[in-house]
Write a protein that binds this ligand. Structure first.
Ligand code: NAP
Length: 405
């Protein structure tokens, strides 16, 4: 079926969004269909409220996961891959990945098709969540985690393998490095190109979305030529390519940040962990290599008390995939009990990359209001001691709030 609309063009990380963009969606497994449909309804109502009839998303469904298996006999049909290569922007419900055996992660597969090198996770407190912090409302972070480099590339050898022995010998004979015979070896590659492309993305996002600062998180005091280099290469982009729009902490000294400038600073990883707990208000966008980014994303999520309400994105220079952080929650599947907020947050990031920030802000306000009015799904209602709304009824409330705002 032909669909009325145009492709979003993402060129070198810069998005050009037509007024009627075609966006793919994958409903996903388990609670996926319910939360994905709820998110799409909320997005549609926010876009309509913000732009009237001048802008509208043309959603195009593609199959993956169990639904695809049933209809096409494969979890990831060729048509889905082709559509992703063509349209490049996807809202994706959670997809099941079995532990230990079975098929490989479809999420990872989609990331590879589009070279989605940045994993982005906003973490913002919502009233009513059971946070372990005394002042959780100060948490409003967004983490940019490099997704393709670092120790996670999986270049490693078991301690008793021939390869490890070959490497130990090479290191001893050529570089004077002596390792014990029972040492496994992993390689930590970190490249300038990969560091600088995600730095550009984080800085551009921070500037386009009125964020206050970008903090480079690294362990460069110990790992000088990988994490230390990450810090240097990131500063290089900030100073050379964004000179008129940023200010570094070093230049600033102790003066306040001039109006209209984005602060760029850096923190050593261990310090970063304690500071997001003790002084979350001092941090805003955090730019991290793969391993640090993995850890800090979950630690930040824990600060607000519930990862079920977090969304995320995987972004590359050609496009992006937007989703909830949570999985398929099979026990709630088809019961109208899932909270769609994580999916909605993922969709908000999509709107922000599209440059449709007004619509995203309308959704923010509607979610804040629904929580203030204690109109929430069961996962939050159980902490608040109130009657809960179903997935569908909760999204009805959000669309009503958006329409009347
Ligand atoms: P999960 O699906 O996130 O669910 C774990 C628990 O979190 C649920 O039992 C429920 O807890 C709560 N929960 C998560 N999302 C919720 C929502 N929207 N509304 C209400 N409660 C929610 O994690 P999992 O059980 O580890 O993973 C299940 C499957 O999902 C696996 O196959 C995994 O591979 C996949 N997965 C996919 C993605 C993805 O596609 N991006 C991400 C993560 C996991 P209570 O029991 O406390 O109510």
């Amino acid at each position: 079926m032909d669909i009325d609309g145009e492709k979003i063009v993402v060129d070198g990380g810069v998005w050009r969004t037509p007024n009627r963009p075609i966006i793919l969606y994958i409903e996903g497994d388990g609670i996926g269909p319910e939360v994905t449909r709820a998110a799409m309804r909320v997005v549609d109502s926010a876009v309509e409220r913000a732009y009237g009839s001048s802008r509208k998303i043309s959603w195009k469904k593609v199959l993956a996961g169990w639904e695809a298996e049933k209809e096409k006999g494969t979890r990831f049909p060729k048509e889905t891959e082709e559509a992703i290569m063509q349209y490049k922007v996807v809202l994706k419900g959670p997809l099941e990945t079995p532990v230990g055996e079975g098929w490989r992660s479809l999420n990872v597969h989609i990331r590879m098709i589009l070279d989605l090198y940045a994993n982005i996770r906003p973490v913002k407190y919502m009233r009513g969540l059971q946070s372990p912090l005394r002042n959780p409302e100060k948490v409003d972070l967004i983490i940019f985690r490099e997704n393709t480099d670092d120790i996670y590339r999986g270049i490693e050898w078991k301690h008793d393998s021939q390869e490890a022995e070959t490497l130990r010998t090479f290191l001893r004979e050529n570089l004077g490095v002596e390792l014990e015979d029972d040492t496994g070896i992993g390689i930590k590659p970190m490249g300038k190109h990969k560091t600088q492309r995600i730095t550009r993305l984080a800085l551009r996002y921070a500037l386009n979305n009125g964020r206050r600062s970008v903090t480079i998180m690294h362990k460069g005091n110990i790992m000088k030529y990988t994490e230390g280099a990450f810090r240097e290469w990131a500063y290089e982009v900030a100073k050379n390519e964004f000179a008129d729009r940023i200010i570094t902490e070093e230049t600033l000294q102790r003066n306040p940040v001039p109006i209209g400038k984005l602060l760029v600073n850096d923190r050593i990883a261990d310090n970063m962990f304690q500071q997001i707990i003790t002084r979350p208000e001092s941090y805003d966008v955090i730019l991290a290599p793969n391993l640090n980014g993995d850890y800090i994303s979950d630690a930040a999520g824990a600060l607000i008390g519930d990862i079920g309400v977090l969304g995320g994105a995987n972004i590359g220079d050609l496009g992006g995939m937007f989703e909830a952080v949570h999985g398929t929650a099979p026990k709630y599947a088809g019961k109208n009990l899932a909270n769609p907020t994580g999916m909605i947050r993922g969709a908000q990031l999509m709107l922000e990359f599209m440059g449709w920030n007004e619509a995203s802000r309308l959704i923010d306000r509607a979610i804040d209001r629904s929580i203030a009015d204690k109109k929430v799904t069961q996962d939050l209602a159980r902490y608040m001691g109130v009657e809960y709304l179903g997935t569908k009824e909760y999204s009805d409330v959000l669309t009503q709030y958006i329409a009347s705002s």
